[in-house]
Design a protein around this ligand. Structure first.
Ligand SMILES: Nc1ncnc2c1ncn2[C@@H]1O[C@H](COP(=O)(O)OP(=O)(O)O)[C@@H](O)[C@H]1O
Ligand SMILES: [Mg+2]
Length: 276
């Protein structure tokens, strides 16, 4: 008897539903005001990110995306609400977290390998126990042979890859990325999107990814959270139900266009996009 008949008879072996993934990051009513009477950058943002999820925060420039990310990273304190990482309120940068910024923030006077070991050196840990992983990462990101090169000798894409290697060195379970590919040319950016997807698929770390590119957010994410202009609020959350692994071709699919169209329409409603 074939499976569909069994199913119709309700005799098919029941596949136990996978338990829902645990919550990794929980933001509850998070607000951030810079200065007593200053800019309200975030207004009552509530957001839950599951373990292993790839979630993008998408929004216009100045809507508070970086502020939100810095609050999650413990680099900034919210003025209202609370952020918990693995159930613990964030008071300082959590252990087990890697951060990649838009500008690669590599130190020009340190070699690529020395840049990767910046935090390890800073913490006064011996390099030895990370050395094998460092070389694996460099290999994986096409930087083998550039260990001794200085940042100025690398292309923009290579520099950003080095910054990602650095963030991944301590094997963090949470990766925060703030417009990491914003400064790259279109082709390099596409390539980096593919590489990031590969890394994420292989390791299933939680990734909180900030971008202002609609296509990039839809391509990479399980969910896209769209923010309104300042003060940043969550305007829409979209679950991206496209099969993985996603190849560049996925961008030609009608479903892909529909997701992008939905977000573009929302930006239009917000007065951010006038298309007439
Ligand atoms: N350190 C700061 N001091 C004062 N205002 C800030 C600071 N950082 C960001 N802002 C303001 O908060 C708002 C949100 O900024 P940001 O989080 O950088 O937005 P985004 O990353 O979405 O472009 C902007 O109006 C910005 O000028
Ligand atoms: Mg920003």
């Amino acid at each position: 008897m074939n499976a569909s008949v069994l199913e119709a008879l309700s005799l098919a072996p029941k596949v136990a539903a996978a338990p829902p993934a645990a919550v990794h990051i929980e933001a509850t009513g998070v607000s951030k005001q810079y200065g007593a009477k200053g800019v309200l950058a975030l207004d009552q943002v509530s957001l839950s990110v599951r373990e292993g999820e790839f979630l993008s925060i998408l929004g216009p420039s100045g809507c508070g995306k970086s502020t939100l990310l810095r609050c999650v990273a413990g680099l900034e304190r919210p003025t209202g609400g609370e952020i918990r990482v693995h159930g613990e309120p964030v008071r300082k940068p959590p252990a087990n977290m890697g951060v990649v910024f838009q500008r690669d923030v590599l130190l020009e006077w340190r070699s690529i390998l020395d840049n990767m070991f910046l935090q390890v050196d800073f913490r006064g840990e011996p390099r030895g126990r990370y050395m094998e992983r460092a070389h694996e990462l460099l290999d994986l990101f096409g930087l083998k042979g550039f260990e001794k090169a200085f940042p100025a000798q690398l292309s923009g894409g290579m520099r950003q890859r080095a910054a990602i290697c650095r963030a991944l060195l301590a094997n963090p379970d949470l990766l925060l990325m703030d417009e990491p590919f914003g400064a790259l040319d279109a082709l390099t950016r596409d390539q980096m999107n593919l590489e990031l997807q590969k890394i994420w698929s292989a390791s299933r770390r939680t990734i909180l990814f900030v971008t202002h590119s609609i296509g990039e957010a839809v391509f990479l994410s399980d969910r896209v959270v769209v923010m309104s202009p300042r003060p940043g609020r969550i305007a829409m959350t979209l679950t991206i139900d496209l099969p993985r692994p996603r190849r560049m071709m996925v961008r030609e699919m009608p479903e892909f266009a529909l997701y992008c169209g939905q977000i573009r329409a929302l930006f239009g409603d917000m007065g951010l996009l006038k298309d007439e």
